[in-house]
Design a protein around this ligand. Sequence first.
Ligand code: PLP
Length: 421
Amino acid sequence: MTILETVTHVPDHGPGIEPGPVTAAAIALDDRHAAHNYSPLPVVAESAEGAWITDVEGRRYLDCLAAYSAVNFGHRNPEVTAAAHAQLDAVTLVSRAFHSDRLGPFCAALARLCGKDMVLPMNSGAEAVESALKVARKWGTDVKGVPAGEGNIVVARNNFHGRTTTIISFSDDETARRGFGPYTPGFRSVPFGDADALAAAIDDHTVAVLLEPIQGEAGIVVPPPDFLPRVRALCTELDVLMIADEIQSGLARTGRTFACDHWDVVPDVYLLGKALGGGVVPLSAVVADRDVLGVLHPGEHGSTFGGNPLAAAVGTTVVAMLERGEYQLRAGQLGDHLHARLRELVGHGVLEVRGLGLWAGVDVDPAIGTGKQVSTRLAARGVLVKDTHGSTLRFAPPIVITEEEIDWAVNGFAAVLAESR
Ligand SMILES: Cc1ncc(COP(=O)(O)O)c(C=O)c1O
């Protein structure tokens, strides 16, 4: 099935569905034995296809979150699962002590997609970010000539790059930080979108600027039009690496292969993850030219599963799908529709709509409820979205969603707003 043949199945969900006994039992088991580091909606997924999730009670939900953009190509995308099945029957994991026939083709294809020379494959997004920070520091000492241990990296306020100890060291999210110190030094934070502040923060020991081109967890915040081009120019002028964290914004989500493409900006380093694994395997990557990634030598960095044959086979297929351009086009066209429909709700319970492509941050009037309350009411109508920061909701459906399904989701959202006013 191609994405253009996606079938629409809009269920007849009534409002106010109570969790059934199977749901309650599954949640109770999670509560007892799974660490409480998330606060999920009371929906227990059992299966999924395309843009739809079916729960353990047989109820169907339109997934408007897509695993934070990891399921850009739809749940169980047939091209991706075919590649995974074929590879499961060949070889899934070998030690990096020797080669596999899948790693080279994957790295070559991804490097080509990014217009770069080399790829460092990892697993989670946070691992790609960590790896890039190490590469930037090493590049600083080996290539730029910054004294060892003195390199600094400029980041943006309200960033989200993951949850490791070093990454939370430059986060502004107190919940993510509190109790987890001591923190890693060497980071400077400037307001997102403020190129003058960024220029002022750079000194002779600055090795990199790390940014999300569009801030995702902060609420889908799009920077002013001149920001990324100015960052690019500053980094070139001052011999600093520009690192674009495209882990959530990249790979067709915004209507282009990379969010940076909207501003014709090419960073020195791309960080990719989430959708790179096709929603099937964890797969992330640092992608850059040889003068940057070439600073790594044997023993300086590694990962047992990084670039394993199964992930590489899936990643190669994902790159081939992106090279066709149809997902980017579809995200752009359907994104225009999603944004137009959501903007109709401004003044009717919605304060602001931001974003690009099939990625929308929606500020709900706090008088209507918290983001969590509104997303719980929406789940009862069969639409899954995620709150982020107070009363902001994030709509990021799989790109295989149809226009009719978008209308159904937005109509459900409008009904939730109307009944809560
Ligand atoms: C921009 C960005 N970078 C990094 C990450 C971390 O990815 P992971 O959860 O796979 O570690 C995320 C996750 O949401 C992200 O949005």
